[in-house]
Design a protein around this ligand. Structure first.
Ligand code: FAD
Length: 304
């Protein structure tokens, strides 16, 4: 891609959006590793996203949509293309009775807190997940007894040609850490969730309880991308890793958390290559030990 031309084209069509060059992706991801993206644009409106996607497609420019970067590992070589980061400018949240309408860039924790303020139950599970609403719907993020698919009733998306479409209910094809947004390469713009009226004190204490569990079990004092692996059917990734004696195993600055073996943490100076090498080492070792191949929950991105 010709960086200068694309930068100029983006500025022409969406001058009010923030456009950044040579962006260190370690500053935009919770794992805090990775090289530079050529360009990043932070759209200010749905129509800007639409214009951006149409431009990038018509010019065959590699691009990727991201939210809060809490499920992403960018390679050290960086990303040769445009990152479209859906964040703060698109984070409005509205409440209408038991319905919450959130733009994709809203933080999931903020949406869960809004539900609490309005005594709405159903999003307690989400208050400790550090993603955006769009990323959470894409991943069908979940924890404990909840997942996004239980509350999402409608989304406004862009299809892969840049047309706005609405998905309702079952059309999202939600399953474990999966949604149609992944299959059809959609961009999620806005999410409508239906909750239930509840008792504020009960909602608050459930959130407190789940967040206390999280603090007790997860290495939240180190940069990470949450659970690295999906839960294999009938088992637990962390347990399989632990059974191989890999608790605390290290490559460079990457470490299998000694608190939760399903997490790989950046102990401070890890490179993406350390993290990816350790992931591969864990996958190979677990496979040799148990015959189970651990699928990635995180997405590894970039490289040339
Ligand atoms: C400490 C920690 C704890 C975590 N705990 C949990 C947990 O309990 N449960 C859980 O499910 N996850 C957990 N995660 C992982 C992560 O928070 C979720 O996967 C979250 O949903 C990712 O959202 P995001 O906005 O950060 O997405 P990103 O990491 O930015 O992107 C993830 C994927 O979503 C796509 N995407 C993002 N936004 C959009 C959009 N608007 N439209 C289309 N595609 C989009 C991206 O292209 C990418 O493929 C945890 C992570 C951390 C660091």
């Amino acid at each position: 891609m010709n960086k200068v031309d694309i930068y100029n084209d983006l500025e022409t069509i969406c001058g009010s959006c923030t456009i950044l060059k040579d962006v260190p992706m370690k500053e935009h991801t919770t794992m805090k590793v990775g090289g530079n993206a050529d360009l990043m644009i932070i759209p200010e409106s749905f129509s800007c996203i639409q214009k951006i996607v149409k431009l990038l497609q018509s010019t065959n420019t590699p691009y990727m949509i991201m939210g809060n970067g809490s499920n992403l590992i960018f390679r050290d070589e960086g990303y040769n293309g445009v990152i479209v980061k859906i964040g703060k400018p698109l984070s409005d949240i509205e409440v209408h009775d038991d319905i919450i309408v959130a733009m994709a860039g809203a933080s999931l924790a903020q949406v869960a807190n809004t539900a609490l303020e309005h005594s709405l139950t159903g999003l307690e599970f989400a208050s400790g997940i550090p993603g955006s609403v769009g990323g959470a719907v894409y991943m069908n993020a979940g924890a404990y007894d909840g997942e996004m698919g239980q509350v999402v009733i409608e989304t406004l998306c862009l299809d892969s040609r840049g047309n706005m479409i609405t998905l309702k209910g079952d059309e999202h094809n939600f399953s474990y850490r999966h949604s149609r947004i992944q299959d059809d390469n959609l961009t999620c713009l806005q999410v409508i969730m239906k909750l239930k009226k509840g008792e504020k004190s009960k909602i608050q204490s459930k959130m407190n309880e789940l967040n206390a569990k999280r603090r007790e079990k997860q290495p939240l004092n180190y940069p990470s991308a949450g659970s690295i692996f999906k839960r294999p059917p009938g088992s637990f990734a962390g347990m399989l890793v632990d059974n191989c004696g890999l608790r605390g195993a290290r490559i460079g600055g990457a470490q299998v958390s000694d608190k939760h073996c399903g997490f790989i943490v950046n102990t401070g100076n890890a490179t993406a290559s350390d993290i990816i090498s350790l992931i591969q080492y864990v996958q190979d070792t677990v496979y040799k030990n148990s015959g189970i191949w651990l699928e990635l929950e995180v997405k590894i991105v970039g490289g040339y």
